[in-house]
Design a binder for this molecule. Structure first.
Ligand code: G3P
Length: 217
């Protein structure tokens, strides 16, 4: 499963990339606002740090506006993936971009029917928001499983990019059902690494090593 960092904060992105496990980056207007950055300046900077796809989201909601904005974003760097909301105008724009060879990430996906249409339009990635489905007492992981199955059934090339990931259990669930990618906040990437038994075990190894080298003196 590919791991993307879900952030527009350069320090966070650098920290995640330094671990050597990051395949790409996703941003959205909320993350840009949190980082206090403008899309046209931060995206090229992220592309210098991340060697992989970097999603940049349009804010237009009409077809002409999405296409115009997406073409500008796509020119920022060869690794830019244009992120488009899952609305009627968005699906039309995805089709246009797929004919132009511009990669797309269709965001705010909350149902398998939406995901099916995004794939038919030629989306490169689909972003189902599993945490937000869980927030309203749904089972976000079921949507990931459905999309993985539907895409495999018909040979769609669209990659499932699980988003709105809140904790390590989401990551394990996504990997278990075969999600192609998952985008994680840095806090969750850090959590994936942690295990108290690792810390306890390491402490004992180091203490024993110290004792042994003192004895050997
Ligand atoms: O990738 C989408 C993500 O940023 C949304 O996460 O936690 O706001 O639902 P959240």
């Amino acid at each position: 499963m590919q791991i993307f960092i879900d952030s527009a904060d350069l320090a966070e992105i650098k920290e995640a990339v330094a671990l050597g496990v990051v395949d790409g980056c996703t941003t959205n207007p909320s993350l840009l606002a949190k980082a206090g950055r403008k899309i046209e300046t931060v995206i090229p900077e992220i592309c210098e740090i991340v060697d992989g796809p970097v999603s940049a989201e349009v804010t237009a909601t009409d077809y002409e506006g999405i296409v115009k904005e997406g073409r500008v974003l796509a020119k920022l760097h060869k690794n830019v993936v244009v992120k488009i909301p899952l609305i009627e105008a968005g699906i039309r724009a995805v089709k246009t971009f797929s004919q132009e060879g511009i990669k797309t990430n269709v965001t705010l996906c909350f149902s398998a029917t939406q995901g099916l249409l995004a794939a038919k339009a030629g989306a490169t990635y689909i972003s189902p928001f599993i945490g937000r489905i869980d927030d309203v007492a749904g089972e976000g992981i079921q949507l990931i499983e459905q999309l993985v199955t539907i895409y495999a059934n018909y040979g769609f090339k669209t990659n499932v990019l699980a988003a709105s990931i809140r904790h390590p259990v989401h990551v394990v669930q996504c990997a278990t059902v075969g999600s192609h990618c998952a985008t994680l906040p840095l806090s969750v990437i850090r959590q994936l690494l942690k295990h108290p038994l690792t810390d306890i075990g390491l402490e004992k190894f180091l203490a024993d090593n110290k004792k042994a080298s003192e004895k050997a003196k």
